[in-house]
Design a protein around this ligand. Sequence first.
Ligand code: GCU
Length: 426
Amino acid sequence: MKQNLILVFFLCISLITYAQEFTPNYNEAKIPDFTLAALLESTQGKKITSTDDWESIRRPEILEIFKGEVYGNIPDAKVKTSYKSLESSTEAIDGKAIRKQVRITFKRKGKSAFMDLLIYLPKQAGKPVPIFVGPNFYGNHAIENDPEILLSNSWMRNNEGMGITDHKATEKSRGYNSHRWPVSYIIENGFGVATYYYGDIDPDFDDGFKNGIHALFNNKKNNDVPKADAWGSIAAWAWGLSRAMDYFETDSAIDEARVAVLGHSRLGKAALCAAAYDERFALVISNESGCGGAALSKRAYGETVGRINRVFPHWFCDNYNKYNENEAALPIDQHGLLALVAPRPLYVASAEEDQWADPKGEFLSLKTASIVYELYGLENLIAAKMPPVDQPLIQGHTGYHIRTGKHNVLKYDWEQFVKFAEMHLE
Ligand code: GCU
């Protein structure tokens, strides 16, 4: 009897595992037929023919869908914010840059959290500079081999190669990701660059909203159970970007009207979410953000909504689970998110070997969103074909490239981002 029970137990476990096993589709012929929601028609069926109608009717409708069904709502409640300079120097990056490390502390109802912003600015600017801002994966100290960057003490995903065990960073990770952040190159081109460690705002694991910035907004009455449309981690990381923007508004060396927000992969999803929710960002760059970022979900190519929600249950709001293996029911696809960026310049970057993120789906999403840029009378990608690898396509306010190689951020990507930003922010 006992043996039979054990057998049944293991049978159940293997059935569950089998049911959850995921085989991505990489075959264009197997993409389901799908229809994308019209961007220029309201839910009531009104045709959107002017930028006024877009801004007052359709854009708010689409934004509400992303807040209610995808990334979740950021609470309205105010947090008390203060800034403290932790360190600064006018001799950073071989004397070419100013470095600032600013702790932004958030307080609410007796709880507090912080994020440390690392900023490099070109030295001889003489006027407020345009700046790139994006979160980073392994601590500020990992983005540049600069011994003065404070080593992060925050919870971190383990990474053997970087010497991160027990969720704590060590000196070994200093500068480890510098290939993703060509600070010197960015500075030489007249831009500042700022970053914060995403785990300061929300450690990247499913903890039921107990840590990071979520903890400040927990609703005890609700027994800490978030509502189905409450913000997940992506919206929290986006919130962090907006707090960086608040800081820029107080720093006279930075031109807050020329801030380019960017992110790679899950942080590319966060950068797009930040730009959709907060219109102060002047230019947006998505690097290989894929599913739940720039890519069209209804293609179900590579990573899918169901798979992302199962593996990363804390990233999106709970309502997003309604679309697991049910993309057809999505009231809007990710082209709507890109459209929320319009008319601000928007660049989407893919990599050929990053099929998981569906490069073609990222391109088609941008192309479809271009109709809103057209409404603004701006040159766009509507008529464009997907360009061959390593041939960036920039048409007015929209840009796209697919480069050779894997899922990563390379100097090549930054060269295009800087070129695009020069066109629009200089
Ligand atoms: C995983 C995840 C992606 C995400 C990526 C990353 O691959 O499935 O959605 O973009 O991690 O952030 O590196």
